[in-house]
Design a protein. Structure first.
Length: 409
């Protein structure tokens, strides 16, 4: 088999995207979804593998800026649209695309690459670690009561048209980005993503609805959701399907949750993805009747270990020498000394004795502060070579706010 890997020509986009759709089962995207992804595709960062006239492999990258612990916003490649034709699977095409992509990301100076995986098993071999998890839950609103903070009644809720409220919602989102690691700052065009709502994918639910939380005339939060009406012999059993919720303060957030949990003719709020430390879990009277579960969210790869570790802040002083293994990106291999704290960090090559040994995958998992180095060590994935180094690094790498990716890409 002779194949050619090359940068995507914009004129080839339909064939290229068709290969991706086929790799995901062959159900074509809705026209508005296709249009959005076509317009967001960065052609010079998208690669295809061609077998003669036929596209058999696809991979793309978005130019993201991602929040990291301490509030910095770091240039990051958002890896996306990965697919290989079923006729050409398991012959190394994905591996060749990952090779080219990570070389390009490095050459472009982005210290991080991130992705969401169709299957979590795929990307560890390329140095990605699971850096952020997400919580799913179904709140049984017939049984669960909410205890809201003082002031909640003063928050004014206003139903708004989702599209017409874009400016207000985006202003809230932008202020939330530095406050939680793992959130992409919105790039031009991406404000359309929360509005993507193809009719064929609603599964009987309403079009997207929006409620704004206001205080003194200023928008301080929003929720995007849909309602799925359902009726049984005994009565209404509709669901509220939460799509997106951000608020600037806990009182506005509580007002939004109380609203979602009390919509007439519904008996549950279905949460697809929320931060693992989300505040609603402390408002509810009975967490068991919310059945929370966790799954992997954002997979993180340090493309340039030194630059990536310098880009974030550390919540306690740290001075540790890491011995890093990175077979796929050998430029990261070797010993790195990290010194820093809340104000900043330095991470440089060193000849000093290693104090913690791990692979780049564990660094990716721990990077956003959501997975502790101690827990990775408990699985044998981090080795402590100087007594005390594990605790010191583990505390420093932690984040008081759990990382979370608010939307797919
Ligand atoms: C960021 C995103 O877009 S995620 C979306 C990923 N795409 C999909 O899931 C669509 C359906 N699947 C596919 O298109 C393909 O099967 C892919 C892209 C997952 C894999 O492509 P391939 O060209 O077959 O992978 P490649 O041959 O390079 O495999 C490399 C290694 O990964 C392993 N691997 C590949 N896919 C998988 C998988 N789904 N699960 C477990 N292991 C896998 C291979 O066995 C191989 O292992 P080895 O090196 O030990 O032999």
């Amino acid at each position: 088999m002779t194949t050619e890997l090359r940068v995507l020509d914009p004129g080839e986009w339909d064939d290229w995207y068709g290969t991706l759709e086929l790799a995901f089962g062959g159900v074509p995207d809705a026209p508005e979804e296709r249009r959005l992804w076509r317009e967001l595709t960065e052609h010079d960062r998208s690669i295809g593998v061609w077998d003669g006239e036929r596209c058999v492999g696809t991979a793309g990258a978005f130019t993201f800026r991602l929040s990291v612990p301490g509030g910095a916003i770091v240039p990051t490649a958002g890896v996306t649209m990965v697919g290989v034709a079923a006729t050409h699977r398991r012959r190394g095409i994905l591996t060749s695309m990952m090779r080219r992509q990570l070389d390009d990301v490095r050459a472009g100076g982005e210290p991080l690459a991130v992705l969401t995986a169709s299957e979590p098993e795929i990307y560890g071999r390329f140095g990605y670690g699971i850096g952020a998890y997400a919580t799913r839950a179904v709140i049984d609103t017939t049984r669960v009561r909410l205890s809201v903070p003082d002031g909640t009644d003063e928050v004014v809720l206003r139903q708004a048209d989702p599209a017409k409220s874009t400016a207000e919602r985006e202003a809230v989102y932008a202020r939330r980005v530095p406050a939680r690691p793992g959130m992409p700052a919105r790039q031009p065009g991406w404000e359309r993503l929360p509005l993507l709502d193809p009719e064929g994918e609603r599964g009987g639910a309403s079009p997207r609805q929006c409620v704004l939380a206001e205080r003194d005339g200023e928008v301080v939060g929003y929720a995007l959701y849909a309602v799925k009406p359902e009726w049984s012999y005994t009565g209404a059993e509709g669901s509220v399907l939460l799509k997106d919720l951000e608020a600037l303060d806990p009182v506005a957030e509580a007002a939004l949750w109380r609203f979602l949990c009390s919509i007439d003719l519904t008996s549950s709020v279905r949460i697809h993805s929320r931060p693992v430390d989300d505040g609603w879990q402390h408002l509810v009277s009975d967490i068991r009747r919310c059945a929370p579960t966790q799954r992997d969210g954002l997979h993180v790869r340090l493309v340039d270990v030194g630059a990536a570790l310098e880009a974030r802040r550390y919540q306690a002083p740290v001075d540790v020498v890491f011995e890093v293994a990175d077979a796929f990106c050998p430029w990261n291999e070797g010993r790195w000394r990290l010194t820093g704290g809340r104000e900043g960090a330095r991470c440089t090559r060193t000849e000093e004795a290693a104090e913690l040994a791990l692979s780049v995958r564990e660094l990716g998992a721990a990077y956003l502060g959501g997975v502790s180095l101690t827990s990775l060590a408990a699985a044998g994935r981090v080795r402590e070579l100087r007594a005390g180094a594990l605790l010191e690094a583990s505390v420093a790498f932690g984040s008081p706010v759990a990382p979370w990716l608010p939307h797919g890409f």
